[in-house]
Design a protein around this ligand. Sequence first.
Ligand SMILES: NC(=O)c1ccc[n+]([C@@H]2O[C@H](COP(=O)([O-])OP(=O)(O)OC[C@H]3O[C@@H](n4cnc5c(N)ncnc54)[C@H](O)[C@@H]3O)[C@@H](O)[C@H]2O)c1
Length: 373
Amino acid sequence: MNKITVGLEERSYPVFITEKMVTTFPCSFKELFNKKKCVLVTNSTIAKLYSKVIAAWQQELNFALHVMSDGEKHKTVKTWNEVIDTFIAHQLDRSDYVIALGGGVVGDIAGFAAAAYMRGIDYVQVPTTLLAMVDSSVGGKTAVDHPRGKNLIGAFHQPRGVWADLSFLETLPKREFIGGCAELFKYGFIGGQEIFSFIKNNSQKLIDGEADVLMEGIKKSVETKARIVGEDEKEAGNRALLNFGHTFAHALEQFYGFEGLIHGEALIWGMLCACELGSRNMTMLSTHKAEYRKLLCQLPLPALPYEPEPHLLYRAMFADKKASGGKLRFVLPSVPGKAVVVKDVSEKRVMDTLESVLVKKTSAFLNRSQPLS
Ligand SMILES: NC(=O)c1ccc[n+]([C@@H]2O[C@H](COP(=O)([O-])OP(=O)(O)OC[C@H]3O[C@@H](n4cnc5c(N)ncnc54)[C@H](O)[C@@H]3O)[C@@H](O)[C@H]2O)c1
């Protein structure tokens, strides 16, 4: 078992990364919350796959169960409102708590409901996807989407703890697992030379899900995120680094209407674009370009549902929260393990980048992409 602390003074909390220890989680929750009331929020897929685990936990914790529909398209104010209705129906008060059992969608919605209900009640994250383990369950960002943009409505609300058990990954579809790997690889570009080398040297083992290497990769990712969040909780500075590849990824997700490409798949393309723009914008040496590309191309490149239109992607970038004062903000690679936040990038450079990575007649990547499963 690994324990990492997110250091935020009175809001500090532990992240446990365990293997085959899910039966012990209720004990930890009881210790933390004594006999408080609880609602467990999950989705229909997890409720079905893990019905026995949930039933066993329920015996010990006596929580009310809220099962939401599965999928990013349900990450809406409507779904969030239904979660709040369940809190009200079960008369949760300010001292009660919420368990978010699921991937990033469940975690973001349950977290946002906990953030808003009675101006904030406690919650714990139990991530069940790789993406949620390495990223969304840690750091306290909670949100729902709006038709005009992803995660446009939300709040910062730190969980009281995160319990991530690798055994959940046994049922995770390969496509989702690879999406999580993309988020894990992201830390290689922002977390320092050591994690960059670790990912580079173990890329195939990570993609194959080799347990020991995966445990180490998750640990290093969470350590990186905990360090960055500990330094900059509300994204006034360095936390923006966590958005490496995301300005492009969110534009792709927006362009495809949150269907067709999952977040991690969009991120693979987003990181390729960030490397290309980094090279064009000269934040990195051209000698690193081949190394970065090689690393990213270890991940199976997902086919795009259809050819994107660069000018529409460019426009979609301005709907993203990362655009501020009408200016786009990009996180671009510099030396291995380091990235920089860049604000003044010309439209031409961005458009040239989009053309060269995502448009068939110029892209060096599209012919290597694999059909979506
Ligand atoms: N809050 C943050 O800091 C942050 C960071 C990154 C991403 N996000 C958000 O996270 C979301 C993406 O999260 P995600 O990739 O986990 O997607 P997800 O929550 O939609 O889960 C992906 C799919 O896997 C299924 N699933 C989950 N666990 C499973 C398991 N153990 N076995 C089988 N199936 C399982 C889900 O039901 C779903 O169909 C996006 O909405 C993104 O905006 C948030």
